[in-house]
Ligand binder design. Structure first.
Ligand SMILES: C[S@@+](CC[C@H](N)C(=O)[O-])C[C@H]1O[C@@H](n2cnc3c(N)ncnc32)[C@H](O)[C@@H]1O
Length: 324
């Protein structure tokens, strides 16, 4: 049986150390906040997969249909020998891209990257069994920390799908795009899937579904703190909130304390007070306008080659080349 190799740059100890830092900073700040990468333990990754199938969650199925329509064009333009995918998750949609690149000829290696070891291992093994001639080499790392551990050599395309780019605040996004520019060679490509600014009446329910799966996903960050840092959050005492910030053009997910609480994070020797109604930010999901994002790509040293959108203009795929 073909199996994938896995390169681990983030051990369990590294993750705990990073979470300690983020939790101390985020829980002692005003207002409190936590970075979204901590949703994704095994349970969080599984909940995200459930979200992608919800009737309200249009991004995954929109990007899927868009990819189905344009992967041939992407593969012809890219002629990639190596596909690197950041935040690959289950890599479900990536199959479309891999098949198209395979049909085009030169594809030799797929490098899925993610912070979640369990999700990555499962995705990498699955792809290896579906594409027997393909070398599959997973990388467990944090794309906001370093991209230096991505493999070099071969003509590469980096894919970043699912609208995950929107989870970075503008400053982080600029640093991230500059970091990708630095690991690519001139002429190599970047494919980004990004949600577009649309009617909040469609947008908000995508992050606040009727079945409450996104609420569970949001509260999962508290379970991660309980499990990894011996905290004693009662997740059910936090309400899930999703808001559209029209000025900054992003969805903000928050957790709201339903009553006054004192929470102890034992491994940090930290006591955290929550007032009734206090809100803590857990994720942003920025939405983009085509011209604005092309400008961000340009600033980072990329020339946009092509942009595809779905008929309702809800989601876009940007294919860009490192310019210099
Ligand atoms: C919104 S999901 C998208 C998954 C998949 N690409 C898709 O399109 O359905 C975000 C993915 O990025 C991963 N992720 C989030 N923050 C990360 C980070 N800082 N470094 C690496 N992976 C991260 C998560 O584990 C998750 O698999």
């Amino acid at each position: 049986m073909t199996s994938a190799t896995l390169e681990i740059h983030l051990t369990d100890e590294d993750l705990t150390a990073a979470l300690r830092e983020d939790a101390r900073r985020g829980l002692t700040a005003t207002p409190k906040s936590l970075p979204p990468k901590w949703f994704y333990d095994a349970r969080g990754s599984e909940l995200f997969e459930q979200i992608t199938e919800l009737p309200e969650y249009y991004p995954t199925r929109t990007e899927w249909a868009l990819l189905e329509r344009v992967v041939g064009e992407i593969a012809r333009t890219a002629q990639a020998e190596v596909l690197v995918e950041l935040g690959a998750g289950s890599a479900a949609k990536t199959r479309l891209l891999l098949s198209a690149l395979n049909a085009e000829g030169p594809l030799k290696t797929y490098v899925p990257q993610d912070v979640s070891t369990t999700a990555l291992r499962a995705a990498a093994d699955q792809v290896a069994s579906e594409f027997p001639g393909l070398a599959v080499h997973g990388v467990v790392s944090d794309f906001t920390d370093t991209l230096d551990n991505l493999p070099r050599g071969g003509r590469r395309m980096i894919a970043f799908l699912g609208g995950t780019i929107g989870n970075l605040i503008p400053r982080e996004r600029a640093e991230f795009l500059a970091g990708i520019h630095d690991v690519l060679e001139p002429g190599e490509q970047l494919l980004i899937g990004a949600g577009l600014v649309i009617d909040p009446a469609v947008l908000v329910p995508a992050y606040d579904d009727a079945a409450g799966v996104t609420a569970q996903f949001n509260r999962n960050v508290l379970r991660v703190l309980n499990n990894r840092l011996n905290a004693d959050f009662d997740p059910e005492k936090f309400a899930h909130i999703a808001l559209w910030d029209a000025e900054r053009e992003w969805i903000e997910m928050r957790l709201e304390a339903t009553e006054a609480m004192t929470v102890t994070v034992r491994d940090l020797d930290l006591t955290v007070e929550f007032a009734a109604g206090e809100q803590m930010r857990t994720e942003i999901s920025a939405k983009f306008r085509r011209a604005g994002f092309e400008k961000e790509l340009d600033t980072a040293g990329f020339a946009t080659e092509q942009v595809w959108t779905d008929p309702d203009q809800r989601f876009a795929l940007f294919l860009a080349e490192r310019r210099y």
